[in-house]
Design a protein around this ligand. Sequence first.
Ligand code: ADP
Length: 267
Amino acid sequence: KEPDPDIAKIAECLSHVKHKILVFSGKGGVGKSTVTANLGFSLSSNPEQEVGILDIDICGPSMPRIMGVMNEQVHSSGYGWSPIYVEDNLSIMSPGFLLSSPKDAVIWRGAKKNGLIKQFLRDVDWGELDYLLIDTPPGTSDEHLSIVNFLSKAGIDGAVIVTTPQEVALLDVRKEINFCKKLNLPIIGIIENMSKLVCPKCQHTSIIFPPTAKGVDGMAREMQVPYLGDIPLDPLVGKCGDNGKSLPHTFPTSPSAIAYKNITEKV
Ligand code: ADP
């Protein structure tokens, strides 16, 4: 079978990006997009680093809202689509920018969806980047196989997997880890989101989910993948996400912003 010529084009498009990181989650709603956005904000707080975020969660693109650029329109330059700049050194591209209204659900399926994902990987004019974080749909579907295949010549650094601490989420993370191992995709590490509750009044931390036998860190150890750390369940995280604000900039001393800072240093 002839190799897909777009795979080489995608590699060419991303050849000016030093680090390319896929963000996965076993389930929806565990905070994958929020984590991706805040890792982006956290990485770009170093003004020497150029950071991009590519949202290919085609059916549920929430990135424009989380990053406060909801009503922007994408323009094309001679080199492809120009991403939207959230800060001088932080840009983002999302299918959300192609919808006429944020309420429009995207119901692209199968080949059409893959075609769009391919376009997003191949046609964005990122310029020189230090980091590109790629927010993928939840789960391990055929779409993920396509994404990994499309990126097979682009030199992906690896995947970061986001989970919550409950056992039901962990079951899916195990699947996610095995999926990466099967595809020889390196796992940069697991991030445990919404681990404990931080009281908005007194900042006291409480455990709210029943602890699982091993915990996320224990599971990571057992499966021999790095555990990058935990982010508390913090109303400030939701508040920033809903208002399109950067958590690390708005509440830099909050426990969750500090957690992001520590994790960013390991990514
Ligand atoms: P996913 O991308 O996995 O579907 P989202 O990033 O959209 O999940 O997050 C789902 C909801 O959870 C959002 O309303 C978000 O603000 C909230 N959320 C995510 N992480 C946290 C956290 N650490 N503390 C509080 N709320 C959070």
